[in-house]
Write a protein that binds this ligand. Structure first.
Ligand SMILES: [Zn+2]
Ligand SMILES: [Zn+2]
Length: 148
């Protein structure tokens, strides 16, 4: 049994659920992609392995797995994305212009998160934070005078 399957099973079990083969198939599809997937991309990957699972079932299962915190759901640029929750928290810098995604080190955010939690007595979901802005490339483009 792959290690990830045991992890998924344990995490679901502690929340009172079973890792069904369908849930496992969807989790594996998202995990193996090692990327942020749109619902459509998740459907494609799952469908290739098991064409009998309906789109509605896949979307419903994705919602369920997000509730179980096995999968992250993110909404940006008018689109939903899914990604597996890893062992380590990881964060993103997302360019609002070109959509480029960079990984952001957790250590850089730790201090800020600590300060916010203390001042606001607000518990931040710290495993996956997205910060929006302009990437280096787009920033440089913006500085140049508009081409005619
Ligand atoms: Zn991510
Ligand atoms: Zn950009």
């Amino acid at each position: 049994m792959p290690e990830s399957r045991i992890d998924f099973a344990i995490q679901l079990h502690t929340q009172g659920y079973r890792l069904t083969s369908q849930r496992n198939l969807i989790l594996e599809a998202v995990r193996q992609a090692k990327a942020h997937l749109t619902p459509e991309q998740v459907y494609d990957r799952v469908h290739r392995r098991n064409p009998t699972i309906s789109r509605a079932t896949i979307y419903r299962t994705l919602d369920f797995l997000c509730e179980m915190r096995l999968i992250h759901a993110m909404y940006w640029g008018g689109q939903m994305y899914y990604e597996i929750v890893g062992d380590e928290p990881h964060h993103h810098l997302i360019c609002r212009d070109c959509g480029a995604i960079e990984q952001l080190d957790h250590a850089l955010l730790e201090e800020l998160i600590g300060a916010v939690q203390k001042q606001h007595r607000f518990n931040i979901d710290v495993d996956h934070i997205a910060l929006f802005g302009l990437c280096r490339k787009c920033r440089n483009n913006e500085r140049k005078p508009a081409a005619r």
